[in-house]
Every structure is written in C-alpha cells, then in structure tokens.
Design a protein around this ligand. Structure first.
Ligand code: CMC
Length: 428
C-alpha cells in the first residue's frame, strides 16, 4: 500500500521520512505514525486533514458528488435495492444472494420485539421529553438486557448484537413516539417490510389498523437507505472511538446517537423545519438570506452545505426526486413546504451560496418528506439514528475484526506551565 515516501523537513533536525499510503480510490494519505518517535505530533482540529482509520465500507468523493457503499453508487442502491439488502451489503461486504437475503430479512424480523421489561424505562421519562434523549437512554439500556451478546471479542456475539440493533431500533423509536402521544405501544408485525412495519408502529393503534401506503413506505425505505452510512462522520467516529476502549455495542451506539443529535449533524433535518417556522412566510426569505450571509449573525440556512460535499450531495438528488413524488401523491399544499421550495430556489441562485458551493443537503429534503408523511419534527433525527445504526455497527464490527488501538488523540497544550499552589489568603 505504501508506494512512495514524503519527507518532512524540520529546521535543525534530520528530515523525517513518512510513508504515503494509497487507497483503492481517493487521495493519498501520509502516514504520520512515525512522527511520535521524533517527539512531535500533528495538529488537526476538526480532522480536516486526517484519516482516523482504514475502511472498506463507504467511499465519498465530495468534489464529484460520489457516494459508494462497498463500491455500489448510492443512486443505484436507492433505485434498485431496499434498506435491509443495503444493511446486508454494508455489514457483509457483498450483496446477498436470494437465499442469503431471505435468511437475513427473516432473522431481522425475528428480533424486532424488545424485552417487555424495557417498556418500564419509558415511564421514567417525561411525556414531553425529546425522543433523542429517550433513544440515548433506552438504547444504552439494551446492554442491561442482552448480556448473551456482549463479548466483543466473539464474532458471533458481534453478529447477534448487530442484528438486534438493526431490528430493534425502529421498535424503540416508535415506542418513544407513542409514549409522547400517550397512545399504547404497537407491537411489530413480521408480515410487513422494515419500512411498512415502522410506519405501522408509528401511526396505527390497537383500535384502528390502516393499510400502509406503498408510496409512503417506499419513501421511508429510501430515507433509510440514503442515511445508512456516510463513512467517518462525527457520530460514526464517536462509535469507533467508544468501541476502541472495548465498550459494548449498545453503549457505543448510544454514544453515536448522542453525537448525531447535534444540529450540525443529524439534528439538521429537525433544524430545517424549525428554521421554516422561524422564517414563517415567503415574504421574509430575503431577510433570512441576508442573516445567513452576515458573519456577525449566528443564523445559518439549515439543510445547506456539507463538510465533504462541496459540489452536490448525491443523496439530496435522490431525496429531491422522492420529495416530489411524495408531495404529488399526497396532494399536499402546505405553505411551509412551499416556503421550503422557494428558499431552495432562491439560495441556489444567490452568488453567496453558489460561490461557497452551499447546496441543499440530504437533510433539507428528508425533513420536508418526513413532515409530509406526518412524522413530527422531533422524530426526524430519531429516524436518522434508526437508518444510521447499520453504518455505525458495520464500522464498529470492521474495527473489531482487525488489530486496533484505543483512540487517544493528543493535544497542543496552551495553558499555564507548572506553577505553585497559592493558599487562599494570598490569592487576589
Ligand atoms: N448557511 C450560511 N452560510 C454557510 C452555511 C449555511 N448553512 N454553511 C456554511 N456556510 C458558510 C460559512 O459561513 C463559510 O463562509 P466563509 O467562507 O465566508 O467563512 C463557508 O460557507 C464554509 O463553511 P464552513 O463552516 O467552513 O463549512 P464546514 O465544512 O465547516 O461546515 C456544515 C459544514 C454542514 C457544518 C455547515 O455547512 C452547516 O452548519 N450547515 C447547516 C447544518 C446542516 O445542514 N448540517 C447537515 C449536514 S448533512 C447531514 C450529515 O451528514 O450530518
């Protein structure tokens, strides 16, 4: 993998030779591990120039707008695959054969229920608790229920935990929603697809079981596929870091959920809707575009921009198409959705956004679709967490399947040098 070497010249010291590593595709990577021996570290807050691991799962080319899972373009997966098949691909590296797919779908369906006692956890939360707060707590609590799959050094245990997490996340997410509404929890149904079952647990009640619209189930499945993995983003890196200490998989995924919650990451789809509320009307768009451009104003256009995609977000292209389909199918004429479409049009033509390559990202459209489906805003990030669980657990498994070290970044210390303790009466 190391074809070439880089030389680091440090004034007054011997040059340091650093191997250059080459991936299958993508930029070369300078291996700085040997630098420690010279008593120096690299400094890269925000990991703007740092690869934290080697991975075979997902590849992104931000300039070209490319996203590949195990080599397959996201557009092809979104058009031809379904979420559980994509999960199999991410976890195992290859698309399943028909028999493998059947077996995988069956095993997932047979793990969708949660331990009855887990229900008690929900009663400890306020009814108006944010569902992401509930998710952090309840998913972490799974480690107190499924002791038989916690040996992280046993590949079979890792597999069973992965299955449990993918299968149970929609159930826990829907339970969190039902708890907030005061309605009875709906048990999962094995005769439905993953997406249909989720919508069933969200919207049906024991008194009324309505059939799930195929258009909405397809849109839901696409949202799941498009959020399934995104290489070393903040939440996935958090899962890897937590996992590197030997923490159990349920605790690691709970850490990922916490990292996802922030508005700069998974919380953005919820933030898009809050922003639309704040803007209120098409007549206010100009004022808010001016605020977004003002460096002294913290306001940002939520759902625009991306750390890696500096041209376009391929997920957003698929999502926009699904968004159009859902809005047409439902015949929705919601002023907030019209406002979103107008904002999209204006921002796309504004020089500030064009010069900085700030395009609508996947969260802009997924927020609009979820609203159209009738999912409450506070559940948006929860749905992102349900979808991303397979990505998190695939990265966790990949890390544990090869030699790894505990993640332990260093720092550039700029605090005081050593100084002596001052007794209370000598302090000013
Ligand atoms: N609205 C207005 N200006 C923006 C925005 C925005 N949404 N995003 C970036 N900029 C400006 C930023 O002020 C900077 O301007 P200048 O060059 O004049 O200083 C320039 O664009 C570059 O931005 P940056 O902050 O250096 O970019 P970043 O890579 O550090 O941040 C980001 C990426 C996604 C955190 C940021 O674009 C953002 O906060 N967007 C809104 C939140 C959002 O939609 N997040 C979801 C990301 S997609 C889902 C996921 O993968 O989690």
């Amino acid at each position: 993998m190391a074809d070439n070497k880089a030389q680091l010249i440090i004034e007054g010291s011997d040059p340091v030779e650093l191997p250059i590593l080459r991936g299958t595709v993508g930029p070369d990577v300078i291996d700085v591990r040997g630098l420690t021996a010279t008593g120096r570290f690299t400094f890269d807050p925000g990991f703007m120039s740092t690869a934290s691991c080697e991975s075979k799962i997902t590849y992104i080319d931000g300039d070209k707008g490319v996203l590949l899972h195990r080599g397959y373009p996201i557009e092809q997966l979104a058009d031809n695959s379904d979420y559980l098949e994509t999960c199999y691909l991410l976890l195992n590296g290859e698309l399943p054969t028909a028999a493998q797919k059947e077996a995988f779908v069956s095993v997932i369906k047979n793990h969708t229920m949660v331990h009855e006692q887990l229900k008690n956890f929900f009663n400890g939360f306020r009814r108006d608790a944010h569902p992401m707060a509930i998710m952090c707590g309840v998913v972490s609590a799974l480690s107190a229920f499924y002791h038989d799959s916690l040996d992280i050094n046993d590949p079979h245990h890792r597999e069973v935990s992965a299955i449990r997490l993918i299968a149970k996340m929609p159930t826990i997410a829907a339970m969190a929603y039902k708890y907030s509404t005061g309605q009875p929890i709906m048990y999962p149904r094995n005769d439905l697809s993953y997406a249909e079952n989720f919508l069933h647990m969200m919207f049906n009640t024991p008194c009324e079981t309505k059939p799930i619209s195929p258009v909405l189930a397809k849109a839901m499945d696409k949202i799941f596929i498009l959020h399934a993995d995104h290489e070393q983003n903040a939440s996935t890196s958090t899962v890897r870091l937590a996992g590197s200490s030997g923490a159990n998989p349920f605790a690691c995924i709970a850490a990922g959920i916490a990292a996802l919650w922030g508005p700069a990451h998974g919380g953005a789809n919820e933030a898009v809707l809050s922003m639309l509320d704040e803007i209120g009307d098409v007549s206010n768009i100009e004022k808010y575009i001016a605020k977004a451009k003002d460096k002294n104003d913290p306001f940002k256009l939520m759902g625009f921009g991306h750390r890696v995609y500096k041209n376009f977000d391929p997920r957003a292209t698929v999502m926009k198409q699904t968004c159009d389909e859902v809005l047409a199918e439902l015949g929705i004429n919601d002023p907030k959705l019209q406002l979103a479409m107008k904002l999209d049009e204006i921002a796309r033509n504004d020089p500030y956004f064009k010069e900085r390559n700030l395009y609508p990202n996947v969260d802009f459209y997924s927020g609009i679709i979820l609203k159209a489906i009738g999912i409450p805003t506070s559940m948006f990030t929860v749905i992102f967490a349900v979808s991303r669980t397979v990505g998190w657990i695939s990265h966790w498994k990949e890390m544990l399947s090869s030699p790894y070290k505990i993640g332990r970044p260093r720092q550039l210390y700029t605090g005081y040098d050593k100084r002596d303790y001052l007794p209370l009466d000598s302090r000013k």
